[in-house]
Write a protein of this length. Structure first.
Length: 313
């Protein structure tokens, strides 16, 4: 039975005893600030555990390459596998490959399409994406109201459309804007930057070239928000005149907030997710039961509470 693990129960999971084990880890890509923090969280957790060896591979955003890595992990006799999926709609084949060899598998950060039908020795560790875009957009709405706006036009920058997180965060934005309290916000356009800062900067530059008046940017992640900020600053836009939101609370994003460029982000505990995924994988490798959905809460970050988060990533 699928259950939700929160708070004290998660802390109990994190305190599981170490054992001699080899764990294969396939990351969607190494070249991503948030996923780097997540990967390092796993590595640091492994270092603190006697006899735990990680084999960490970069899938380079290639679905076929990632599936091959899973199969290679199985063939090499690892005790468990952790996967940060390239494409969350392509996870069934990975689950099947691990299940056929009876190797425990834990998905981390990105929700697999088969999350509700995972075998008993597979699990998912992340944060509930319904919270992420909701917290972000509610705060953007509040800031517009605080500024006295009765109409506000925004651009929305989406993540990779093959990722459940991008789809859900965009839905969160739409859902908040559909409420009576925030219905004064209108989306001018929404396009993907594939989570990438440079692509977001180019996208924002193109939007600026249209000359359409706008009041803010709501991005699915911090890298995209920062890219948009760079484009706006290059165009000599006063950042105090616009509201910009992101998700993840990366160090670069917190620096942008301290500089007065980013107005809101949402802390996603990357290191905690990585460490939690490793602990779940180790427990499964020992034949112990774990909760199949482990959710670590998102937290809203604003200039008013930024000090709490400066040392977390």
């Amino acid at each position: 039975m699928k259950k939700l693990l929160l708070g004290a129960a998660f802390l109990a999971l994190m305190s599981s005893s170490a054992l001699a084990a080899k764990v294969g880890v396939s990351m969607a890509k190494f070249d991503d600030n948030f996923l780097t923090v997540l990967r390092n969280g796993m590595i640091e957790q492994a270092k603190a555990m006697e006899g735990v060896e990680l084999q960490v591979e970069d899938a380079q955003n290639d679905v076929a390459k990632q599936l091959d890595q899973i199969k290679n992990f199985v063939a090499s006799g690892v005790d468990a596998i952790i996967v940060n999926p390239v494409d969350t709609s392509a996870t069934q084949a990975m689950s099947d490959a691990a299940a056929a060899a009876n190797v425990p598998l834990v998905y981390v950060n990105r929700e697999p399409v088969n999350v509700d039908t995972l075998p008993d020795n597979q699990a998912f560790v992340a944060s509930n994406e319904v919270e992420s875009g909701t917290l972000e957009t509610q705060e953007v709405c509040r800031l517009f109201k605080e500024a006295g706006k009765t109409e506000a036009n925004v651009y929305v920058i989406m993540g990779e459309l093959s990722n459940q997180a991008a789809v859900q965060r965009t839905k969160d934005i739409d859902d908040v804007i559909a409420t009576p309290e925030c219905s004064f916000i209108k989306i001018i356009d929404k396009q993907t930057s594939n989570w990438n800062r440079d692509e977001a900067q180019n996208l924002m530059t193109n939007w600026l070239s249209t000359g359409a008046p706008f009041d803010g940017v709501i991005a699915n992640n911090d890298e995209s928000a920062i890219g948009a900020i760079q484009a706006m600053k290059a165009a000599n836009i006063d950042m105090k005149s616009v509201v910009v939101g992101g998700v993840d609370a990366t160090q670069d994003a917190l620096s942008a907030m301290q500089a007065g460029d980013l107005d809101v982000t949402v802390f996603q505990d990357a290191a905690g997710q990585g460490a939690g995924a490793l602990d779940a994988a180790l427990k499964l490798s020992k034949g112990e039961a774990v909760e199949q959905k482990v959710y670590i809460p998102f937290q809203l970050v604003t200039p008013a509470n930024i000090d709490k988060f400066l040392q977390k990533n």
